[in-house]
Design a protein around this ligand. Structure first.
Ligand code: SAH
Length: 220
């Protein structure tokens, strides 16, 4: 199968995943715009070159430095939950390969993405730049603290698991904004949480489903 065919199969796998978990996530299909972005972004360019042949399998893959690019179904689901539009300003914590950032870039006005491992941050920045995603700005730093200079955000997606809800991220979410974040200890049960901030600034959170993410590292 060539990459186009594999990408089509990935879309079918995501649709199957959504159908299987519809009672947990409260919907039978994801937004068309999200699925279009998943169809368009060349995932094979975000995985190490010796993994390209398995880039479209519905699983996470190693990207070096002990980190992983998330499973396509999870990327699609987290993106869908953010309910982005062309005016959205989005923060991603955990750039990793830059794949999730590229998906967000297709749907939002501006994406800010932070990665703490310098080599990954640099490689992702280069890759996203080369591929023409010019509405993504990346930075190497501690995303646990958010990105105060660019806040507030319409949406925040955290692609590493935090033990507790990071206060700075809650603060940097706009009223009316949404955040998706896995909460739980490494190698223990983690829950993918959807946090919404109402117009009065009150936050409400609900748990979607069990997940397995690398840990969000809290710097000293
Ligand atoms: N979104 C990525 C997957 C990232 S895996 C992709 O699409 O490829 C999670 C990433 O979060 C790892 O690269 C890890 O280094 C990073 N990370 C962990 N703790 C962090 C922190 N406090 N600040 C910024 N990045 C962090």
């Amino acid at each position: 199968m060539n990459f186009d065919q594999q990408r089509r199969q990935m879309i079918i796998d995501i649709e199957d995943g959504v159908a299987l978990t519809s009672n947990l996530i409260g919907k039978h299909r994801l937004d068309n715009r999200v699925m279009t972005a998943m169809r368009q972004v060349p995932r094979e360019k975000f995985v190490p070159s010796d993994m390209r042949h398995v880039a479209f399998r519905d699983g996470a893959l190693p990207i070096g430095h002990g980190q992983t690019i998330s499973q396509p179904y999870i990327v699609a689901l987290m993106t869908d939950m953010l309910e982005l539009n062309e005016d959205s300003i989005v923060l991603e914590v955990g750039t990793g390969s830059g794949y999730q950032a590229a998906i967000l870039a297709c749907l939002a006005q501006q994406v800010y993405s932070i990665e703490r491992i310098a080599a990954l941050a640099q490689a992702a920045q280069q890759r996203l730049g080369d591929m023409g995603y010019d509405n993504v700005e990346t930075r190497c730093g501690d995303g646990y603290q958010g990105w105060p200079e660019k806040a507030p955000f319409d949406a925040i997606v955290v692609t590493a698991a935090a033990a507790f809800m990071p206060p700075a991220l809650l603060e940097q979410l706009k009223p009316g904004g949404r955040m998706v974040i896995p909460i739980g200890m490494p190698s223990m049960h983690q829950e993918l949480m959807l946090v919404s901030k109402d117009r009065l600034g009150e936050t409400h959170s609900s748990s979607l489903l069990g997940v397995a993410f690398v840990p969000l590292v809290e710097e000293d």
